[in-house]
Design a protein around this ligand. Sequence first.
Ligand code: CDP
Ligand code: CDP
Length: 233
Amino acid sequence: MCEQEIKNLPSIITIDGPAASGKSTVGNLIANKLGYISLDTGIMYRAVACQAIKEQIDVRDENAVSELAERVLIDILPTKEGDGRQFDVIINGHDASWEIRSPEVNAVVSEVSVYPRVRAAMTKLQREIGKHGKIVMIGRDIGTVVLPDAELKIYLEASVEVRTQRRYIEDLGRGKKVCLDEIADSLRHRDEIDSGRAIAPLKPAEDAVIIDSDNMTVYEVVEAIMRIIKNRG
Ligand code: CDP
Ligand code: CDP
């Protein structure tokens, strides 16, 4: 398929879904194909959780975490490192690209993401970045809350068993010591909090296209989305 030939490209594409459903891998590939930028908003919530740990802020202290979210400087830049990272993530001037993926951050990021002021601060930044268009924005609430007028909304589904396998293989490839049960528990824990929170819970937008990717490779998902883009044009 020749991307130049697709008429009426959606200027904003949102990809939401649970952890390890393939959002960032697929979203970055779609963005590359279309010549768009991509923004994985999970990085921003991870950055807040990571910085809270670094500053020894109790993550249960809503005020302190909210104040941190309103002042922290997060840069997400194209990377030159060949160590498997998708972006360089700079928090208050320090590279935290791998720290934001640590088990410590995994354990608290969903708790931190429940706080209304944290969400408001991140949503504001995301809308700023999204307003220029030509973007694939990836997260949990992008189609429902952050950019509800997006022309194309994708919701990526996959069972917890398949997602656990995917994270397991990914972690092994990065040389991490991994345990299937721990990964499954961590995913379930985050799924539960992300889907159950009062503000901007994880759920498909009413006008989202839902793709169940349990039996699909990354490239099959990318092709499916490209077909949707083409047919819609
Ligand atoms: O990469 P993975 O899918 O494991 O997670 P992530 O996308 O990096 O997101 C980490 C956490 O940030 C999620 O579990 C949510 O708690 C939170 N998040 C959110 O609340 N809203 C978003 N738009 C993106 C992430
Ligand atoms: O961003 P999110 O947490 O939703 O998932 P990801 O980090 O993009 O994907 C997690 C892992 O699953 C990556 O290693 C992907 O290559 C892999 N994956 C897969 O094997 N098959 C898919 N259909 C989607 C993702």
